[in-house]
Design a protein around this ligand. Structure first.
Ligand SMILES: CC(C)(COP(=O)(O)OP(=O)(O)OC[C@H]1O[C@@H](n2cnc3c(N)ncnc32)[C@H](O)[C@@H]1OP(=O)(O)O)[C@@H](O)C(=O)NCCC(=O)NCCS
Length: 151
């Protein structure tokens, strides 16, 4: 076997082992002042709204941002946008039982957006990207499945 052929086999094996099949794609655009307005309603409403959409870790982060007067509206808009994009990336059966608060978009070790949930299988990978400019924030989510998965 020539050296170039053996390199090519090795490369293929590495690619097969590490590349997931793309199973879903979702994108969402949020007009941040819409979220800011929602959050400026009565405190009871604010608590109900945030409890419905935020994971416990996100809720705690938002609470500490409110306390330190940081832009919690931007943070919540980001959580919302990622989860809407995530929802669109899921198949119908998972969409039907989708609960925003079950998903966490915070990775404690990094500022890179992520999604995690207890119900994610080990063969599943989510790739998240967020951008914002002025009053608009956009999130995109790719859902991938390992090639050796039976699903
Ligand atoms: C379906 C949903 C994601 C649409 O979001 P939206 O902000 O109303 O609208 P967007 O402009 O972002 O997206 C609309 C597009 O999403 C796509 N879309 C609609 N239903 C979809 C679905 N079930 N899966 C993937 N994409 C979908 C369509 O292409 C649609 O475009 P169209 O109106 O031209 O056909 C949203 O209404 C929803 O149901 N979200 C569920 C998540 C959730 O729990 N939200 C509320 C929690 S409090």
């Amino acid at each position: 076997m020539s050296l170039s052929r053996s390199v090519s086999f090795t490369q293929t094996a590495i690619l097969n082992a590490s590349i997931a099949t793309i199973c879903g794609l979702g994108i969402d655009l949020v007009y941040v002042p819409r979220i800011t307005a929602l959050l400026s309603r009565k405190p009871v409403y604010l608590a109900k709204f945030t409890r419905r959409i935020l994971h416990d870790a996100e809720y705690n982060r938002a609470a500490s941002m409110i306390e330190s007067r940081e832009r919690h509206d931007l943070f919540i808009a980001r959580c919302w946008s990622i989860k809407e994009a995530l929802f669109k990336s899921l198949d119908k059966s998972r969409q039907s039982c989708f609960q925003m608060r079950e998903w966490n978009t915070i990775d404690p070790g990094s500022s890179k957006p992520t999604v995690s949930c207890e119900a994610i299988s080990k063969d599943e990978d989510f790739f998240v990207s967020v951008t914002h400019d002025g009053e608009y924030l956009l999130a995109a989510v790719i859902r991938g499945q390992s090639k050796n998965s039976s699903q």
